[in-house]
Structures are given as structure tokens and as C-alpha cells.
Ligand binder design. Sequence first.
Ligand code: NAD
Length: 495
Amino acid sequence: MVSGTMSGVQIPTTIPNQIGGRTAPASDGRTFLKRDPATGAALCQVARSSAADVRLAVELAKKAQPDWAAATVVKRGDILRQIALLMRERRELIADLVARETGKSRKDALGETDAAIEMGFFVAGEGRRFYGQTTTSAVPNKSAMVIRQPLGVAGLIIAANTPIANVAWKAFPALLCGNAAILKASEDTPLSAWIFGEIAREAGVPEGVYSTIHGFGEEAGAPLVEHPDVAVVSFTGSCSVGRWIAATVGQRLGKVCLELGGKNPLIVCDDADLQNAVTWTLGSAFSNAGQRCASGSRIIVFDAVYDRFTQMLVEATTKLAVGTSDADAYGPVINEEQMTAMLASVQQAKDAGAVILTGGHRLTGGAYGDGYFVAPTILAHVGPNDEISRTELFGPITCLYRVKNFEEAITLANDAPFGLTASIHTQNLHRAMTFVGRIQSGVAVVNGGTYGSEPHMPFGGLKDSGNGWREAGTQALDVYSDLKTVYINHNPLSV
Ligand code: NAD
């Protein structure tokens, strides 16, 4: 069990909610067990919240929000900067918690923690900009401008894959814009959400302005989505839940930001630097155990280099070490249910004629124990309309496709329900730029991976990957604020 003191901070054996500046168990006292994905052993108990807890958090958020909104945005930015500074002071502890709850290596957990901190600094700096617009008027002595205004209470619901970064991407911009925010943590990653809540309180976020609720999607997430006083729901997760959220919040004309799945293509052209393409394919397909919305799950390779590239890729893949140490390429997947589902999909593809070039099974024995480790898996002889080509597996599993030329590659790349990220490997500038122009995705990369976003750059996707909003970058402020058009008339004769 994770408990006791870590880096001078007492970790509770039961992770509580943080509502209205106080920690509290779920109102009906229920808890659930969170397991360590690397061992399958019990890690901690967690508050199992329900609608009553959500109602209390919304009520307190509504009360606290006007004063928070009345503070200057520079002041709010200062408090967010203080969160980022405290996070930086405790980066080792935060990374430890992320590593424990996800099973990823400390190195990867530290990288993710640093990215979350950087997001805090970036958003805090926006407090000194927070640009609106000033423009002209057709009428003399009339000024016209556009300013931002908060929405009210924001409901933030996140996935478990990069937990502290997922909190940061939503909490910082939601708060900067003057909203009160309630985060429904992923049931798989309660620890990072809890420590963020503690730090936010310590940094001076007023009571009620930021709350964290733990629990399952239908029990604790749905009441937040359904609450009439939640003005904006920002959701990162699966497409099916996203559709339900859009319909539910849309019914009351609320705002919804959806960051959903991907089935991201990486194209390897006949003129690619194959070694570089292999390196980025490994990272795209397998880093973070493939638990990335931006993971490269469709590797589209020109016929002319298909055999050589495949041989190089399979060879490099079989050398990947899987485990929880810093030397390992990736760790376990987040829970047993997801592991079982992804392995069943691989089996189904095999039954339908796919060839497993490597992997396709759980890693067991020795240090793997009862952990949820999946071997890096590559499939070939997969059709573009096969189930495995069209559904996201969210695991260390990728498929190879053979194409004749650029035209076939781009057509296949675009033939997917999702449109999140995409990458091409080529030395040809004209090909690269044509790819950038024609690929149907929110992110396009040349000679790199399908993942790797930066805090000042917008991230999001087309088609089933989202509903048009972007996270990160200054564009994130558009999710959490509305506009106010202001006209000011003055009379120079009254001076
Ligand atoms: P999920 O949809 O099952 O769960 C995500 C979150 O939603 C969890 O906190 C869960 O408790 C909550 N939830 C579930 N049902 C709910 C409901 N009815 N009402 C309210 N909340 C509910 O997704 P997952 O399997 O945990 O996460 C993986 C998915 O997240 C993948 O599809 C992945 O691509 C996506 N993702 C997208 C991005 C992005 O930025 N586009 C980033 C990371 C992950």
C-alpha cells in the first residue's frame, strides 16, 4: 500500500475528495480499491463519490467563483505560478506518485511532471497577456473592443494515461480564466490528482475554487456532466463517453470540450531515413505502453522499403525492454480490464487473418508477476476496414500496412474515423508539404513521431477525435472563457 510519509508529505491510506478547501471521504463513506498496475497488488483505497459529493462541490464552487473572477487575472496568474513553483519543489514526490499509480518508470514520470509544471508557468504568464481585441468603430467617439469573461463552474474529467499532465492541461487554464473548477480524477490515477489539489490549496487557491472528486465515471463523472450549474465540461477520454457528454451538456446549451481518441498514421516513404523512421515508430507505438491518444497505431509503409523497414522495426522491437525501471522502454498498461480487452482484439485480428510479427501476449513470470504488462506487438496483413484498423486499443500494439505510393499512403492515412495526429517520414520537401496540406488531422509531423506536444502549442483533433476545441496553447483559454463585446461612447464636449 502507498501510505506514510513520502518526501515529508503524509499520503493518506484512503485518498479523500478535496471539496471547498477540505479533505473529506465520500458522503456515503464508500471507497474503492486502486491497484498497482506493475504488480496487481493493492495500492490504496479511494473515495467512491456519488451525486451528493458532486452537488456539494458545485454549490461551493458557485459561491466561491464570483470573488475569484473579480480578482485580476494577473493575481490569478500569480497564484497559478505559485502552484507551478511548489510543484517544481516537489517534482520528485509528484513523479513518485505518478510512477506508483501508473507503473511507468520514474524517468517517464519525471518527464511528465516537468511538462505539467511547464504548463503551469505558461498559463500563469498568460495572466500578463490575456489578450482581447480593440478595433475601430464607424461612429465618432465610440470605442469598440472584445474582452474575455469566465463561464462560471467548469467540470474537468480526465483519463489516466499521463495523469499529472492531464490535470495541468485543464486546471491551469480553467482557473486562469476566472472559473471555479471541479476535477473528476480518473479512477485509475487518484494520487496525482490528490497531490495537485493539496498544492493548489497551499498555493492560495481560495476555498471552493478548485475541488477534486474521486470515483467511477457513471457514479461521480456523470453527475458532474448532468449538473445544470456546470457551464463547461472539458473531457479527455473515450469517444463513446465523449458522445454522451456532448449530447447531455448540449441539451442545456452548455459548452463541451472533447479530447478523444486517435488511430494515428505514421507514413514511411521510399526516401525516408529508415533508421530515424524506426526510432520514431518505436516511440510512437510503444512509449507509455501505447497509452497515448497520439500513439502511432497505423504504420503505412511504401512497398519499395516495406520489407527492409519491417525487418528493422521487428528487430528493434524485440530488443525493447519492458518493465518499470528507467532503462525500460515502457511499463504496464493501467488496469487488467484494458489489458484483457486489447489482447482480445489482437486475437480477434489474428483469427481474421492478421499475422503477428512480434508480441501479441501478456508478459508474465519473473519480475512481471501479476502486473499488467503487454509485449510490444506488431501486426501485418491487416485490412483498412478490419476492426483493428478502426478502433483504438490504447496499448503497445501497432499495425503495418503496405502501400504503392504517396497517393495510396495519404488515402489510407485519411481513411479512419479519427483525425488526431499524423506523421510522415520523407526527405522530399514537396511530399512533406503536400502531406501537411492533405492530412486530416489536428497535428501533422514531418520526420518525427505522432506524439510530442508542447505547452504553448494547441493540441486536438478532427472527426471522432474531438469537437473542434484545442487544449494547451493560448487556444485553451477559448475553452474556458466567453467573449464580451464592449462599446464605449464618450463625449469630448464634456471634458
Ligand atoms: P474513459 O472514457 O473510459 O474514461 C475517461 C474519464 O471519463 C475517466 O475519468 C472516467 O471515470 C470518466 N467517465 C467514464 N464514463 C463517464 C460518464 N458516463 N460520465 C462522466 N465521466 C465518465 O476513457 P479511458 O479509457 O480511461 O481513457 C482512454 C481514452 O482517452 C482514449 O480514447 C484516449 O485516446 C483518450 N485520450 C485522449 C486525449 C486527447 O487529448 N485527445 C488524451 C489522453 C487520452
